[in-house]
Design a protein. Structure first.
Length: 175
């Protein structure tokens, strides 16, 4: 986190036996480099708990603060993972397949969440995603790689019409 970068993983990286709130408090305390305070009495962590509640509110998990994070539905575990990353106050947030394994409804809810967070926190987000509908629905700028080489770069509209991208990923529409 020294470089101002945080990441939400494709496979969630949460503490399943801790409450949702305690997951965020752990991230806030770690970010503040007060790791030993994590094991202090909770009365000494008032600021950290307040900050954790704010973060949970921003991702729509405030009403689940007391639940064990391992009991959350998959989509909510992904939200929690994003919240943990936000607790690190990044300048750049890497989102690795944030909609992987979600139902279509959860996927679009996550897209809306990412848009809201981008608007609220004004941080740069690098969104790695293979679902082109999601990519085109969220991105301002798209870079397309094929076997590690950049084959196209531009707006979602430009990318959807790019011949190299169509050939490599999108395919031709058939009637």
């Amino acid at each position: 986190m020294k470089q101002g970068i945080a990441r939400a993983f494709q496979i969630t990286n949460i503490f399943p036996k801790l409450s949702v709130l305690d997951n965020i408090v752990a991230a806030v305390v770690t970010h503040q480099k007060k790791n030993l305070r994590l094991f202090s009495s909770t009365s000494k962590l008032t600021h950290e708990y307040k900050r954790a509640h704010e973060i949970l509110e921003s991702v729509g998990l405030a009403d689940m603060a007391d639940r064990l994070s391992g009991t959350l539905a998959h989509g909510n575990q992904k939200r929690l993972d994003i919240a943990i990353a936000l607790a690190l106050e990044p300048k750049l947030l890497l989102l690795d397949e944030p909609t992987a394994g979600m139902s279509p409804e959860e996927r679009w809810q996550t897209v809306e969440l990412v848009k809201e967070l981008w608007g609220r926190f004004h941080i740069t987000m690098l969104f790695i995603e293979h679902d082109m509908d999601i990519v085109f629905g969220i991105s301002q700028k798209v870079r397309v790689l094929c076997y590690g080489s950049l084959i196209a770069e531009g707006t979602p509209e430009d990318i959807s019409k790019d011949e190299k991208v169509i050939e490599a990923y999108l395919g031709e529409e058939t009637e």
